[in-house]
Write a protein that binds this ligand. Sequence first.
Ligand code: UD1
Length: 309
Amino acid sequence: MKVLVTGGAGFIGSHIVHRLVESGDHVRVADNFTTGKRENLRAVERDVEIVAADVRDKDAMRRLASGCDVIFHEAAIVSVPYSVEHPEETNAVNIQGTLHVLSAARHAGVRRVVFASSAAIYGDEPTMPKCETMLPDPVSPYGVEKLASEHYLRAYHRLHGVETVALRYFNVFGPRQDPSSPYSGVISVFASRVLSNEPITIFGDGTQSRDFVYVANVVDANLAAASAELAGGRVYNVACGKKTTLLELADNIGRAAHVTVNKTFAPPRAGDIRDSLADITRARTELGYTPRISVDEGLGLFIRYLRTP
Ligand code: UD1
């Protein structure tokens, strides 16, 4: 199969690319290298077509979609607080970028688009676990953008017959997640600080919770979403179905790394949701998805990766 991965040099995208190459697929990567890195693709660079391109560039997306059977659309600005501070920029990348990808898919006759959506679309309504039938109610520009993109996916399916699948990622972690920015995912930040004996900062009291999921599970869900016999326009939660508070997370990282964690506290971040936990029944039933790597196992693998020179 010939595949385009937008954001293919990024954290999740590069893991999808590696797995596709292993399966013998022909892979084209589009990445603007703002947060994506060429070194994330070093091991497969001879087997992959890598193009510097931005999803805001409609013509580039049209050229890149040509000849592809499937697009994995991972390119995005992924930070909730960044979207609170820079909503016009995240809107252009996260909504208009998705629209360009869909329009490119339509014109190129791409069979299926698999989209990286987010648990952020559920917002702060307290019912847990989150199930795909619940009414979305995003509280950040980022959540609004992912939800709007899901609607565009469904519209393109209905109007133009493009098969679309939106995967609502919960909190993904693992190798190649960049810890270096204040907008980075919490596990990458905590783990890198703990390993260099620096204190971690918890925004809020640490009782907020997330459903963390190791990146290999997310790749499994993507490959299943690309090949399963599905009605178009479907959405699926992708998570472990296990709740971890930030205080528990800090302890679990300390235990996995065999070090004492030094915690400091700061005010909660604007736009953050409080709790997040997924019901993954639909993905299990319709995609055959199962989180084969548990959160604890994933933490161990991630810490081993960080310690490997
Ligand atoms: C994360 C993802 C987002 C994804 C969503 C799905 C990132 C950067 N964000 O958003 O793309 O769509 O999950 O659920 O990968 N925190 C601290 N200290 C820190 C960093 C964070 O206490 O140093 C807290 C935050 O305030 C928040 C929690 O950890 O309560 C999680 O934050 P973060 O990792 O940024 O993820 P989400 O905002 O949940």
